[in-house]
Ligand binder design. Structure first.
Ligand SMILES: Cc1cc2nc3c(=O)[nH]c(=O)nc-3n(C[C@H](O)[C@H](O)[C@H](O)COP(=O)(O)OP(=O)(O)OC[C@H]3O[C@@H](n4cnc5c(N)ncnc54)[C@H](O)[C@@H]3O)c2cc1C
Length: 430
């Protein structure tokens, strides 16, 4: 009798499970960046069968990416494996990229990132496009071929390797003086926060480690930051001037106003005809659409971002089941900057809105901006105060430590900082 009632309970439980599963809608999230990751973490998984498609199986904490290019932080210290975030089934994460969209049939076409011959379709009830954006080359010749971007961990790895290769090469016998000078000239194009922070990290590396490990080369190393307009243009003018002043005081760092017209294998050409020999060009100027965003049949603005309404739904999807968030989206009548802060907040909002019958409109409240400018100094601009220098640097480090995606990273990042402070950066090449 007891066995019989237990069996009944199990069957009843299974029936309940199946009916719940049946009721759950299929939510597909494209991308594991700030927007997609934030949505994945906060969405109610009792209401949705969540499936994630992304060519990257980790979340990347981009604000600290520049620190990994010189070894202030290690690569794995700023990434969080996506599978740590509770998938109902291991097949609910696809290491693939979305390559097509059929709005009528509600199907997304995917291509495996591991085997490009493997293509398949997935059906969705709700689709959230959070594929981010690429760096904008503005069609400048040679950028794609010779410049380095700083978007992903793999980019940071390539930059770090190139820096180490150039410094090692410059120490080898028989390398002429002008070639050594070229190898040790590092150029950054774009004076936004990413370009400035990379230059700052590089400058710290130069002063703290290259000077110690390569004393014969240290005076030859130079970094040039090229910007056509103002550096850090989103910051308050006083903070901007402070940053410019600090950069100008540095003998081995130069701020150059100019437009780049061509990147060559061993040099960079400016509009006024100047050609600067260099050993590395890091390109960091604005955002451009990804191919997926460009090719899908939804309304886009003139920068090819997907136009969404105040509920972050694509304006051209009559079924109201396609959403776009983060760098790939443009909120109609309320344009927002392409930042992690916006993307994260949109993901969080959508996680809530998707489970509400009548959700409120998305509203963005700006919390402020931070930028590292080197030598333990930063800029901080919040709605209530503006500050700069060492105290802002303390704020910069504390703010980012608390914003890291998990406790593992919150432990790892400070440990790397301590290690770098006491023992210097790791210059091994492999
Ligand atoms: C070096 C650097 C430093 C930055 N610092 C700051 C900062 O300090 N503060 C700040 O607010 N912002 C900062 N930003 C900007 C911020 O990182 C971006 O605004 C933010 O990453 C946008 O989030 P997202 O989710 O839209 O895109 P992303 O974070 O770029 O994520 C896009 C995701 O989509 C995936 N994807 C790409 N193509 C496809 C496809 N076809 N199908 C499926 N998935 C796809 C990608 O693999 C990735 O997982 C920085 C950016 C960089 C590069």
């Amino acid at each position: 009798m007891r066995i019989f009632s237990r069996l009944l309970a199990v069957v009843g439980g299974l029936r309940w499970y199946n009916s719940e599963a049946h009721k759950r809608k299929k939510l597909i999230i494209l991308g594991t960046g700030w927007a997609g990751y934030s949505l994945l973490k906060h969405v109610n998984k009792k209401l949705f069968d969540v499936v994630v498609v992304s060519p990257r199986n980790h979340f990347l904490f981009t604000p600290l990416l520049a620190s990994t290019t010189v070894g202030t932080l290690e690569f794995r210290s700023i990434i969080e494996p996506i599978r740590n975030h509770g998938f109902r089934d291991e097949r609910d994460f696809h290491l693939s990229r979305a390559v097509g969209l059929d709005k009528q049939k509600r199907i997304i076409s995917c291509q495996s990132e591991l085997d490009s011959t493997r293509q398949y379709d997935l059906f969705y009830d709700r689709l959230v496009i959070a594929v981010g954006a690429l760096s904008n080359t503005f069609g400048v010749p040679g950028v794609e071929k010779y410049a380095f971007f700083l978007k992903e961990i793999a980019d940071a790895q390539k930059i770090r390797n190139r820096i180490l290769v150039n410094v090692e090469l410059a120490t080898q016998p028989g390398v002429p003086e002008d070639e050594r000078s070229r190898l040790l000239h590092f150029v950054v194009v774009g004076g936004g926060p990413t370009g400035v922070e990379f230059s700052a990290e590089f400058y710290d590396f130069l002063k703290q480690d290259i000077a110690r490990l390569y004393p014969g080369e240290r005076d030859m190393v130079k970094v040039t930051l090229i910007e056509a307009n103002q550096i850090l243009s989103s910051f308050d003018i006083k903070l901007r001037r402070y940053a410019e002043g600090k950069i100008k005081q540095r003998s081995q760092m130069k701020l150059l106003r100019g437009s780049v017209v061509e990147v060559k294998q061993n040099s960079i050409k400016l509009k006024d005809g100047t050609e600067l020999p260099c050993g590395l060009v890091v390109w960091s100027t604005g955002v451009a659409p990804r191919m997926f965003t460009e090719t899908i049949g939804v309304e886009k603005d003139d920068r090819e971002q997907i136009v969404v309404d105040e509920y972050l739904r694509s304006v051209s999807d009559r079924k109201k089941c396609i959403y776009a968030i983060g760098d790939c989206a443009y909120v109609k009548n309320s344009p927002l900057p392409c930042t992690a802060q916006v993307a994260e907040r949109q993901g969080r909002y959508l996680a809530k809105a998707l489970s509400q019958e009548d959700p409120p409109k998305f509203h963005f409240k700006h919390f402020g901006m931070l930028a590292y400018i080197g030598e333990y100094k930063a800029l901080a601009e919040t709605p209530v105060a503006k500050s700069r220098g060492f105290t802002s640097w303390v704020l910069w480090r504390s703010a980012y430590t608390t914003r890291l995606g998990s406790w593992r990273l919150r432990m790892q990042v400070p440990l790397d900082w301590i290690k770098t402070f006491f023992y210097g950066r790791d210059t091994s090449r492999f």
